[in-house]
Design a protein around this ligand. Structure first.
Ligand SMILES: Cc1cc2nc3c(=O)[nH]c(=O)nc-3n(C[C@H](O)[C@H](O)[C@H](O)COP(=O)(O)OP(=O)(O)OC[C@H]3O[C@@H](n4cnc5c(N)ncnc54)[C@H](O)[C@@H]3O)c2cc1C
Length: 542
């Protein structure tokens, strides 16, 4: 196997698959894509309903946060996909791009070229939407976007309930002209099966794209401050070095990307020294500014003979999915939902509602013994920031993650508002047709103080860590707007870490868009490079 490539992409997740595939469209470019996990060809990946069965398995990095300072010291479970497709092979498949305002704010704060009008063509380029064909959507891109085939009647009733109770419009396309309103989500599926970034970008075999699975990158190699390759270990612990003549592109996700930078000597110098890593480039923002969407789950018994997904494990539903790719196993659980403003004066939605015709609580780790439904409220406009820091110089040890969620009083006030809005939905006439008694938080939790206490003791997140290597200046960011790491030539980042602030929505489509853009930045630089550097023949060790 070759030890030298033109490009090395670290991590075959949402961003990494996109950038590696696009770079390998140039058949003369030799691209290596390295992934720590293995194949994603597993039933619990393919069958949409089964995504939570991946948690704590070999397909999961199985992160846990440090004791959270504002959440009663709880450690928060944080699954991350460890396989081809990364988190896009594990996620709940909701296809959302966020709000126009997110990108316009990025651009206004210095991320030149990242306004909504700048990024829209890349969302469109990436997408193959089966249903919506207008200026907001792509027809011929690699990523299949569709709708859940057999939506549960409970999911539909809850859309009617929200429209009724909150006086908000139904919205057929949250990725179109407006994000506000309620309706059915678009999903990254095809014919009832998950459609991850692997299916989107790695299906076509290319001789110039080498994919190495079960290979853990330990660090990025630097020679005179330039990125020249990587040090990797296979699953038997054999260590080797591989060189990149042109660029190394880091796409290991919002936890592992800053960790890998730090293991490579790129990060907050004082912290690196304290854990025994020699600092090479002092970049204080590496691992800082971590953002997430706090999530609370209100759950209800189902009434009137509704069963939702309660009986989904019945063999007849498995048979229906295996034979026809239809029915309950094709559900992504959160089939419908929407985006609302808890205060009409806000410039954009601050909550995403997720309706599920199932008891989904604590990441699906708990069951309820009768049919139930969930109204989950995801806080999509948080302001608290956390951090990711390596604990030791051992690259096989997971870094420490602290979310710092709900650190500000104003955030808690908005969360309480959201719980009250969810209860209004549940109390509306259309909802009363399908919902019974409230299970969580339960009738005893009524005052704002009690709701706050319940939130602190139960809040989770929406699986969207971002911003840990964000676009910004060298003092408060890690990469420039072309995704080049400050002070380290030939090194870029192409994953959810680079978002300057978290978007108002689920982060898969945006990570893919970032990968698409990164490939174009690389190609543009190559086209304008005066004389292209020759191959790096030897990798200097740090
Ligand atoms: C349970 C869950 C549900 C979610 N639901 C949704 C949803 O419904 N809709 C949505 O839009 N988003 C959702 N998300 C979030 C979304 O999937 C992620 O934000 C997105 O996939 C992140 O892409 P990425 O490229 O930043 O990182 P990832 O997709 O995480 O890719 C990183 C890749 O790098 C690999 N890697 C890491 N470290 C190393 C190393 N040292 N060496 C080699 N390889 C390495 C990882 O194994 C992984 O494959 C969900 C996520 C989860 C976990």
């Amino acid at each position: 196997m070759s030890r030298n490539y033109d490009y090395i992409v670290i991590g075959a997740g949402s961003g990494g698959c996109a950038v590696a595939a696009r770079l390998s469209e140039d058949r003369s470019a030799r691209v290596l894509l390295i992934e720590a996990g293995g194949s994603n060809r597993k039933l619990e990946v393919k069958a949409p309903l089964a995504f939570a069965k991946q948690f704590h398995s070999k397909l999961d990095w199985d992160y846990w946060s440090e004791p959270e300072p504002h959440l009663n010291g709880r450690r928060i479970f944080s699954p991350r996909g460890k396989m081809l497709g990364g988190c896009s092979s594990m996620n709940a498949m909701i296809y959302i791009r966020g709000n126009r305002l997110d990108y316009d704010t990025w651009a206004a704060n210095g991320a030149d070229g990242w306004s909504y009008n700048d990024v829209l063509p890349y969302f469109v380029r990436a997408e193959r939407n089966e249903h919506i064909h207008d200026q907001f959507h792509g027809k011929t891109g690699p990523l299949n976007v569709t709708r859940v085939r057999d939506v549960d009647p409970v999911s539909v009733a809850l859309v009617d309930a929200a429209a009724d109770a909150l006086n908000i419009p139904e919205n057929n396309d949250f990725n179109g002209a407006s994000q506000d309103g309620v309706g059915q989500f678009q999903v990254t599926q095809r014919r009832g099966i998950r459609f991850s970034a692997r299916e989107a970008y790695l299906r076509a075999r290319r001789r110039n794209l080498t994919i190495r699975t079960n290979t853990l990158v330990h660090k990025i190699l630097l020679d005179n401050g330039r990125a020249t390759g990587v040090e990797v270990a296979d699953d038997k612990g054999n260590v080797e070095r591989i060189t990149a003549s042109r660029e190394v592109i880091l796409a290991a996700g919002a936890f592992n990307t800053p960790a890998l930078l730090q293991h490579s000597g790129i990060g907050p110098a004082e912290h690196l020294r304290s854990v025994g890593v020699e600092p090479i480039v002092d970049l204080p923002a590496v691992g800082e500014h971590l953002m997430e969407h706090p999530l609370v789950y209100l759950t209800y018994e189902l009434s009137n003979g509704h069963v939702g997904l309660f009986d989904a494990e019945d063999p007849r539903h498995l048979k229906n999915w295996l034979l026809h790719r239809r029915g309950k196993l094709a559900s992504n659980v959160a089939e419908t939902g929407g985006h609302i403003r808890s205060d009409s004066a806000l410039a954009a939605p601050n909550f995403q509602i997720l309706f599920a015709p199932a008891f989904f609580y604590n990441h699906g780790a708990m069951a309820w013994d009768t049919p139930a439904a969930t109204i989950a409220m995801s806080y999509i406009a948080p302001s608290s920031r956390g951090r990711v820091r390596i604990r030791t110089s051992d690259p096989t040890r997971k870094p420490a993650v602290t979310y710092n969620m709900l650190g500000r009083d104003s955030e808690m006030e908005e969360m309480i508002d959201a719980v009250e809005l969810a209860r209004r939905i549940a109390a509306s006439a259309p909802a009363r047709g399908v919902l019974g008694a409230e299970i969580t938080p339960g009738a005893a939790v009524q005052s704002r103080a009690d709701i706050a206490a319940w939130i602190r003791s139960t809040v989770q997140h929406t699986y969207h860590p971002s911003c840990t290597a964000r676009i910004g200046s060298p003092t408060d960011g890690v990469v420039d707007p072309q995704l080049r790491v400050h002070g380290v030539p030939n090194l870029r980042i192409a994953d959810a870490s680079v978002m300057p602030t978290i978007i108002r929505g689920n982060t898969n489509a945006t990570a893919i868009m970032i990968g698409e853009r990164c490939a174009d930045f690389v190609r543009a630089d190559l086209a304008t490079a005066p004389v292209k550097a020759g191959r790096v023949s030897e990798v200097g060790a740090r």
